[in-house]
Design a protein around this ligand. Structure first.
Ligand SMILES: Cc1cc2nc3c(=O)[nH]c(=O)nc-3n(C[C@H](O)[C@H](O)[C@H](O)COP(=O)(O)OP(=O)(O)OC[C@H]3O[C@@H](n4cnc5c(N)ncnc54)[C@H](O)[C@@H]3O)c2cc1C
Length: 129
């Protein structure tokens, strides 16, 4: 990755030790889920060294039926430059349906669509299967 002029300037990321060597800041990230991986992405783009430690044997294990991306998360993904890639793989939510344990529909709400109209960013869903 090429450094921008800003990245090559001395900053709080580096310090000069007593023997004159330059120490680089290295960040240890505990947890390789959404927060940890997002932080790793940001540090990578700031040219800051990091290591991600994940307790589980797998990153992003196959749990749950889908992932819902709410407007606040979508805005941050856009700021990080990854929203267009995500958008290509997900569908906008129109309605939110809630059933009882025995399959009776109790709520059929258009709140996902209204949220998109009011917050600019729509609610999107990615089926994990
Ligand atoms: C059933 C369910 C469904 C959800 N659905 C959605 C959804 O559709 N959309 C949405 O936006 N949010 C959803 N959420 C909320 C979302 O999962 C959390 O807000 C999000 O996962 C929090 O991310 P995080 O990275 O902070 O923590 P976590 O996802 O909890 O990740 C923490 C990570 O740290 C690891 N870890 C813990 N301790 C250590 C350690 N000592 N050393 C190393 N690694 C460690 C864990 O193994 C884990 O991988 C859902 C939550 C649940 C429970």
């Amino acid at each position: 990755m090429e450094s921008t002029p800003e990245q090559s300037l001395p900053s709080s990321r580096t310090s000069i030790s007593e023997n004159g060597t330059t120490d680089r800041l290295r960040v240890v990230i505990a947890g390789g889920s959404i927060a940890g991986l997002t932080l790793a992405h940001c540090l990578h783009h700031c040219n800051i060294d990091y290591v991600v430690l994940e307790a589980r044997s797998e990153i992003a294990p196959q749990v749950g039926a889908s992932i819902v991306v709410l407007p606040n998360g979508a805005r941050i993904c856009d700021q990080l430059g990854v929203w267009d890639d995500i958008l290509a793989q997900i569908e906008p939510c129109q309605n939110g349906l809630t059933w009882t344990y025995d399959g009776k529909l109790v709520i059929d709400s258009n709140s996902p669509r209204l949220t998109g109209i009011r917050y600019v960013w729509r609610i999107h869903e990615r089926d994990k299967h």
